[in-house]
Ligand binder design. Structure first.
Ligand code: FMN
Length: 205
């Protein structure tokens, strides 16, 4: 059986869940049970947010409801549709850009939607699923399709499901699916004392 694990080659010990989260493009056709999906969005619900404004919204489509699946899927760009078509669940994340308590702009709306998505991703990993987020979407089409109101912005597409066999992907994607995972060194982004001054915490890492 194909190995759907792609553990991160970490430079310091981190939680197993974080090691095993990754963004597959090959998804198994196996559906995701409604109670499992419910838990993924419950995880998103418990993310932290500025003023506890909880600016996240998710518009979801599952393959057992082809019409609504297609409405979400139709907002993905062609490249992403090429691989996301096998995912049993697709979604769009949307940010409420104003604070409900005073109507002022929420400068951290995207940040907090991203946090909710990260929680969703980790809950998925804990349950043997993975998600793949997408910038490659049409926000205009999403606004039109779902009547997304003014003051709200579509942030990302999300494919959700059980990871599948990389061999099912066309060649360039297959290679990317199995290539070594890479990250910048912590020394390039953790600073102390001034911009660009690597923190001693991560020096040489
Ligand atoms: C906000 C966001 C947008 C992304 N957009 C796309 C996309 O449009 N298409 C795609 O194939 N992958 C997309 N990705 C996936 C990233 O390429 C992937 O997360 C990154 O390469 C790191 O890989 P990993 O998630 O497996 O660790 C996106 C990820 C995020 C978080």
């Amino acid at each position: 059986m194909a190995d759907h694990n792609r553990p991160a080659p970490v430079a310091a010990p981190i939680h197993d869940l974080l090691v095993h989260r990754w963004s597959p493009r090959a998804f198994d056709s196996r559906p995701v049970a409604p109670d499992v999906l419910r838990s993924l969005f419950e995880a998103a619900r418990w993310a932290a947010s500025s003023y506890n404004a909880q600016p996240w919204y998710f518009i979801v489509g599952t393959k057992d409801d082809p019409e609504n699946y297609q409405r979400v899927f139709g907002c993905f760009v062609e490249f992403n549709q090429g691989w996301a078509k096998n995912a049993p669940v697709v979604a769009l994340s949307v940010a409420g850009m104003k604070f409900p308590h005073n109507g002022e702009p929420n400068r951290h709306a995207y940040h907090d939607v991203g946090q909710a998505a990260a929680y969703l991703a980790l809950e998925a990993t804990a349950r043997g699923l993975q998600i793949h987020q997408m910038a490659g979407i049409s926000p205009d089409k999403a606004r039109q399709t779902f009547a997304i109101p003014e003051g709200h912005e579509t942030v990302a597409g999300i494919a959700i499901g059980y990871p599948g066999d990389a061999a099912t992907l066309p060649e360039p994607l297959r290679q990317r699916e199995t290539a070594p995972r890479e990250r910048r060194a912590a020394s390039s982004f953790v600073f102390t004392g001034g911009w660009g001054k690597t923190s001693p915490i991560v020096a040489g890492k």
